[in-house]
Ligand binder design. Sequence first.
Ligand code: SAM
Length: 325
Amino acid sequence: MGASYYFVAIFTSILHRPTIQLTRVFSVTSTLMNKHLSTTHINKGTLYVVATPIGNLSDISERQRSVLSQVDQIAAEDTRRTKHLLSHIGLTTPCFSFHEHNERQKLAKIVQLLQEGQSIALVSDAGTPLISDPGFPLVRELRAQNLPIVAVPGPCALVTALSISGLASDRFIFEGFLPPKSHARRGVFSELLQQTATAIFYESSHRILASLQDMATVFGDDRKLVIARELTKTFETVISGSANDIIQIMQNDPNQCKGEFVVMIDGASKKTSELTQASKDLAQQLALHMSTKQAAKITAEFSQQKKNLIYQFLLAESQSNNLSD
Ligand code: SAM
């Protein structure tokens, strides 16, 4: 408000004195804008949860930089990585380590520092803290004690990936990292057989192929996947297709297995979820005593619902039961 008022006042006053003052008005305006951007006010006794770039360091924002420059200390998942980021943006704010193995021990100390009036920034190695990263017990505790927490938002791999995936973004579920063991992974996928929202996972280079193989087992070729690799970095790649299509691409070009991945799975067709509970129950009961095809046919006759949909539902159910045995 102040800046625009100042701008209008100067602009009006120079209308009668054109060229000489024009340069001055632009430099005054840009100084005001820079001042506005670089002086985020920092409150005492506040935790700032600061997102950082997921690859491209130029994604750091003016407000993130301003907060990181003014807080008393930074709680960092890996102090070396944070110092690298800080040096890139010309800062030397003191850091201490705060990671999944010490966060519960450090929690009390951080609460004490905040109560003494220090301002602290929480950062992870990349992206938004707490999203598959440390910080949840700390934020939960501060909320419980009614202590101030301020978000300084920025990159997050799952949102970045979804925004360019071409998959439905109106409803999605984020499952974090997949379990390391194949059986458990298949269990997670089988629970998604009837999930109509887009499902999103994080995956690492050493497990991406094994996870895709489990997806191929559970989803067959019916479900579309999108894999976003190395987002915002030099080798950013987005590939899509069935799990088997993507396995083939990766086997033909092993470079596609390198780096960091966000895996997204298209939601199930809404059609099977349109079946009434009564027809699902009937079909399941009948399928205990006859073939899936016959059960679907008889249920369709009684329920007036489509035989194909009932058949698809029974297939998904039996796959999910086999996998959870
Ligand atoms: N807190 C981070 C966020 O906001 O996205 C996620 C941290 S989690 C420990 C790291 C995982 O996020 C990686 O294994 C990968 O699955 C995903 N990830 C992070 N950066 C990525 C990138 N540049 N491209 C693709 N996936 C990325």
